[in-house]
Design a protein around this ligand. Structure first.
Ligand SMILES: [Mn+2]
Length: 312
């Protein structure tokens, strides 16, 4: 049995990709015992919504990962985003769409990494290549994952391959109004009334090493940015706490307005103000920096900061 694992702090793509990859491997090897998705971390509100909405006729994923087992990594490859003690398992395969940072094994491994917006786009292509036709539930999961990772195809990370995958998959899923469906999913993600400021800040985080500076770029994607702005003081307190706890030099918390493709960053110290105004050429006012249409951490937020650190 191979265990399919998503990254820590899983998002909708990683949840869906794990379930879909396990299904794909059963079909490919004609053996439902071949692989299992493993549920190690709880879903966010958006992912919960998707799994409540989609009808899946598949065996239940496991929650126990036996020691020394073979694992398949989806939606990540870096050790820092993976299960702790990863060296205690044998990596069998990687399916991912992120940069390759610190990946090494002492044995041969299958790697399928592609510069597309979503892991499920890669899985949809693997099915096409292997003449495996997803059932309706599996097709739907892949559509939601792609809509989530591309912010309904608005994000600059979106490629033609992502759009083609959605079109192909929707011939099976037959969702009539993709935009309305996507907006409901984003609204589910934005429903944060019962979530603490600290959990909001840590919902979607990635930490970068910019030329020796450890900086967190943390993102909240929402249909209603006021969820964040109304709790600004609480969020700032949490950001300071987290910076201390995680030994971060800097932390930028970005509120992404999904419907308007617009990002506002919360700037909590003079150093962060210097970085943000230098990297993006914007003025910080009242603790806020307007980053305009930079909605992708990977493509439009992290690279200018990296450049700034390089020359400062
Ligand atoms: Mn992804």
């Amino acid at each position: 049995m191979k265990y399919v694992l998503w990254h820590t702090n899983p998002d909708t793509d990683s949840y869906c990709a794990a379930v879909v990859a396990a299904w794909f491997l059963w079909e490919l090897h004609e053996n439902p015992e071949y692989a299992s998705a493993i549920f190690l971390w709880p879903p966010n509100n958006e992912t919960k919504y998707v799994f409540e909405k989609v009808w899946l006729d598949i065996p239940k994923p496991t929650t126990e990962l036996p020691e020394w087992s073979e694992i398949v990594l989806v939606d990540h490859n870096e050790a820092s985003q993976s299960i702790a003690d990863r060296e205690r398992y044998t990596i069998h395969m990687v399916i991912d769409h992120h940069k390759i940072a610190d990946f090494a094994t002492s044995w041969p491994v299958s790697m399928r990494c592609e510069p597309v917006a979503c892991t499920c786009t890669i899985l949809a292509e693997m099915m096409l290549e292997n003449v495996i036709v997803p059932n309706r539930g599996i097709a739907e999961l892949m559509i939601w994952a792609i809509m989530s990772d591309t912010l309904y195809r608005r994000s600059p990370t979106t490629t033609q391959r992502d759009k083609d995958a959605v079109a192909r998959l929707n011939e099976i899923a037959r969702i009539e109004d993709l935009e309305a469906y996507s907006n409901e999913m984003f609204a589910a993600k934005s429903d944060l009334w019962d979530i603490s400021a600290k959990d909001i800040v840590t919902m979607d985080y990635k930490t970068f090493d910019f030329h020796g500076h450890t900086m967190g770029i943390w993102v909240m994607e929402t249909t209603d940015p006021n969820y964040a702005f109304d709790r600004k003081e609480d969020l700032i307190d949490s950001i300071h706490d987290i910076k201390d706890e995680q030994w971060l030099d800097q932390l930028l918390f970005c509120v992404v307005d999904i419907l308007n493709s617009h990002t506002t960053a919360l700037v909590v110290s003079d150093k962060e103000e210097e970085i943000v105004s230098g990297a993006f050429g914007v003025i910080v006012e009242d603790g806020y920096a307007d980053l305009w249409d930079r909605v992708s951490r990977k493509k439009t937020i992290a690279p200018p900061i990296d450049e700034w650190f390089k020359s400062n």
